[in-house]
Design a protein around this ligand. Sequence first.
Ligand code: HPA
Length: 291
Amino acid sequence: MGRQLIFARSERIYWCTMTENQIRSLQQTAAFIKKSYPHQPSIGIVLGSGIGNLSHEIDIEFQIDYSAIPDFPVSTVAGHGGQLIFGNMEGKKIVAMAGRFHYYEGYAPDQVVFPVRLMFFLGVKTLLLSNAAGGMNPAFKVGDLMIITDHISFFTVNPLIGPNAENLGARFPDMSEPYKKHLIKKALSIATQNKIVVHQGVYVGVTGPTFETRAEYKFLHLAGADAVGMSTVQESIAAVHLGMDVFAMSIITDMGIRDEDNKITHEEVLHEARLAEPRLTAIFKGLVGSI
Ligand code: HPA
């Protein structure tokens, strides 16, 4: 597991994230899934911390444990399931990841994004990402929803580092619209129709696993971010690289910039995510129906 040394030439060593081997492995894993589930999902959904109930909205046709999928990483965090779920939602064929992989678990960035790339190999064109995040914008409060309009990824590792698979995506992908404006517009109108209050803002991806210090939250807010989390940016970079349309939304599970002496815990994050999940689910369902 991890990075593979692919070749050494003229004293240089090339480490690779999207090797011939990985492409072959993605093709083989997609073929393995297609033997059990011959349909082509057009939309992929990644369920973040405490957001697993969204899977109950899927008319499930096939589900498989990560541990039964060749070359798939296995989730290690409490609160993250570990299944790929295929079925129908709002008349669309979708695939959902119940449980995602984080860099802080010790996975290499290419393992973190393996499932997103697999979704692409299965035919997914649109990726919907959800997460729990710490709020830094003073207009936010715990339990709010934030549509991600842009991100800052410098505080984690870019999953495209390494030789590029030119046939799959550009060496230097444009990131001027990582989260598609037309999907944001649809989500905003679905929120209005359902009387759900949503914020829009910038998400900054960090490695974790520590929550941020008070000084770090302030710094990240000064850097231009409204919310911070330990996921999402690597997945959206991999998806944009492959030409997928991406939409992402955060549940604000804690406020990083605060006057109280409180501590932030994973349990609190999961609790708040579960409470806010029905509103996020309503928007995701509406979005799936409208794509
Ligand atoms: N920081 C980083 N990641 C998070 C947070 C946070 O405050 N809340 C939920 N995920």
